[in-house]
Design a protein around this ligand. Structure first.
Ligand SMILES: C[S@@+](CC[C@H](N)C(=O)[O-])C[C@H]1O[C@@H](n2cnc3c(N)ncnc32)[C@H](O)[C@@H]1O
Length: 206
């Protein structure tokens, strides 16, 4: 069995498909107490868990479909694929998911199928390259560590300079570049079961 087939089989067998908290239109494979995701050897299986920024941005996109209808969307740091799947469901013209973790990329493909949406591509890290050929970048909870935030911020600055619109979802984690953000909406999200606030922001270059 190939590595990709192995991870896909593991996800299907051990990560149940559950409704997304606050986004009941969508369902995703997520880790439960008995999933044993540690057996995959992933240092940080972010894709297997809920993230406040992703929950807020997915809710926002579904509540404001005009934001994505007919547009070419990139979900940057896609994790489980939640935000890109929400954009596809809301009527995006095309959706590409970018994610550095190959296990996450396998989960994104499975989650897209569970929700009966088609993604135009599931790719790795694009932050070293030029702005993608897209209209809108959706960035959910990617400012979780200072070095990641610095890399993503430099990339988003290039994207905005190239004319892309960027929306960020985040629960005000400390590396969030608040000086570049304008709050558009606030959602109470249940990242860990308890409701806490997360914002959806418009990003402008520094
Ligand atoms: C906290 S998770 C959020 C996942 C998802 N956006 C959500 O909100 O549910 C952040 C994700 O960003 C990914 N990531 C970090 N740096 C990245 C990069 N340079 N390019 C693509 N993905 C990246 C991580 O692997 C991780 O899956």
């Amino acid at each position: 069995m190939s590595a990709d087939a192995h991870i896909a089989a593991f996800i299907r067998e051990h990560l149940p498909v559950v409704a997304v908290p606050g986004v009941p239109e969508l369902r995703l494979h997520k880790a439960g107490p008995a999933s044993g995701v540690g057996r995959l050897g992933d240092a940080a299986p972010y894709w297997a868990y809920w993230w406040g920024g992703g929950l807020a941005l997915a809710r926002h996109v579904l509540d404001h479909p005009a934001q994505v209808v007919g547009r070419r969307v990139v979900d940057l740091g896609a994790g489980s694929g939640l935000i890109g799947i929400a954009a596809a469901r809301a009527g995006a013209g095309s959706v590409m998911a970018s994610e550095i973790d190959p296990h996450a990329r396998a989960a994104i493909a499975l989650n897209a199928a569970v929700n009966q949406v088609t993604l135009a591509g599931i790719v790795g890290d694009i932050t070293d390259g030029p702005a993608p050929d897209a209209d809108l970048l959706l960035v959910g909870d990617v400012f979780y560590a200072p070095e990641v935030a610095a890399r993503v911020t430099a990339f988003l600055d290039r994207c905005v300079a190239a004319g892309l619109e960027v929306l960020v979802g985040d629960p005000w984690r400390s590396p969030l570049p608040v000086e570049r953000l304008t709050l558009l909406a606030r959602y109470d999200v249940a990242e860990t079961g308890m409701a806490k606030p997360a914002g959806v922001f418009a990003y402008r270059a520094g």
